[in-house]
Design a binder for this molecule. Structure first.
Ligand SMILES: NC(=O)c1ccc[n+]([C@@H]2O[C@H](COP(=O)([O-])OP(=O)(O)OC[C@H]3O[C@@H](n4cnc5c(N)ncnc54)[C@H](OP(=O)(O)O)[C@@H]3O)[C@@H](O)[C@H]2O)c1
Length: 243
């Protein structure tokens, strides 16, 4: 039997990029995948593409910044699936371009946090009753090496060149949120981890980087972790990443 047979997974922002490849990978592993997207046409088309590959993928409308759609998605999952084993919080934005922190627009900071942090928390809270009820609930929050304070601090740090005030700090908050939920759920089967896909060629990275299918692998691995797997960490495909 395949690794994820019988499991139900929700991936937010899965109509393109890394999220699309996470949806594809989880479906290939045998899961029923609920492909979350805020745009109806994009979500339907993406789900149809994967359905055409013989995969069990269904579109679920969800805008992570819109509480009504988040609750409607949770209600739909209860009604249509009756379970949720895996949540991948993938949806994110990075609207800043070439602006140093001293000139960053506070409205862009707010917009970025609405999606990347507050939206992620809202989706997690809405799906948590289902994930707690699952035999081995897994939550994967998409993060980045740019979120790491160690890898970005000081002149010699590998990512000190990156001056994305809103995006980088929102993802540092995602790391902290990951730890908070992991700690709350320590005495349950639910594991909560953050994934660093590395630089992948998507709209968010302006097409720079490796194929998104390669970046998706770490999130798929964390979504399918066994009982002895870690919780409360940040991982790339080469191992644990420092906070
Ligand atoms: N690409 C990289 O190099 C890289 C590196 C490190 C981490 N990451 C992380 O990996 C994840 C996926 O990024 P990506 O590169 O695949 O980006 P992407 O191609 O821009 O895709 C982002 C996805 O998020 C969706 N989204 C944005 N706001 C949303 C909202 N309010 N509600 C629901 N969906 C929303 C987008 O939907 P629309 O199509 O409707 O806009 C899209 O489906 C992100 O969390 C990102 O931070 C990416």
């Amino acid at each position: 039997m395949s690794e994820a047979a019988g499991k139900v997974a929700l991936v937010t922002g899965a109509n393109k990029g890394i999220g699309f490849e996470i949806a594809r990978g989880l479906a290939r592993a045998g899961a029923t995948v609920l492909l979350g997207a805020r745009d109806g046409r994009a979500g339907t088309d993406a789900a149809a593409l994967l359905g055409g590959e013989g995969l069990d993928v269904r579109f679920v409308p969800i805008d992570v910044t819109d509480r009504a759609t988040v609750q409607a998605a949770a209600d739909l999952i209860v009604r249509d699936e009756g379970r949720l084993d895996i949540l991948v919080n993938n949806a994110a934005v990075s609207p800043e371009h070439g602006v140093p922190p001293s000139a960053a627009d506070p409205d862009l900071l707010r917009l970025t946090y609405e999606t990347n942090v507050f939206g992620l928390v809202a989706v997690t809270q809405a799906m948590l009753p289902l994930l707690r009820a699952a035999p081995a609930g897994r939550i994967v929050n998409m993060s980045t090496g740019l979120a790491s304070l160690k890898l970005t601090s000081g002149r010699d740090a590998p990512f000190s060149f990156s001056r994305l005030l809103a995006y980088n700090s929102s993802k540092t908050a995602v790391n902290a949120v990951t730890v908070q939920f992991a700690n709350e759920l320590l005495d349950t089967p639910v594991k909560v981890n953050a994934a660093n896909p590395g630089l992948c060629a998507t709209d968010l990275s302006s097409g720079k980087g490796r194929p998104p299918s390669e970046g998706a692998a770490v999130a798929i691995g964390l979504a399918l972790l066994g009982e002895d797997g870690p919780t409360g960490g940040l991982f790339s495909d080469t191992g644990q990443v420092p906070w």
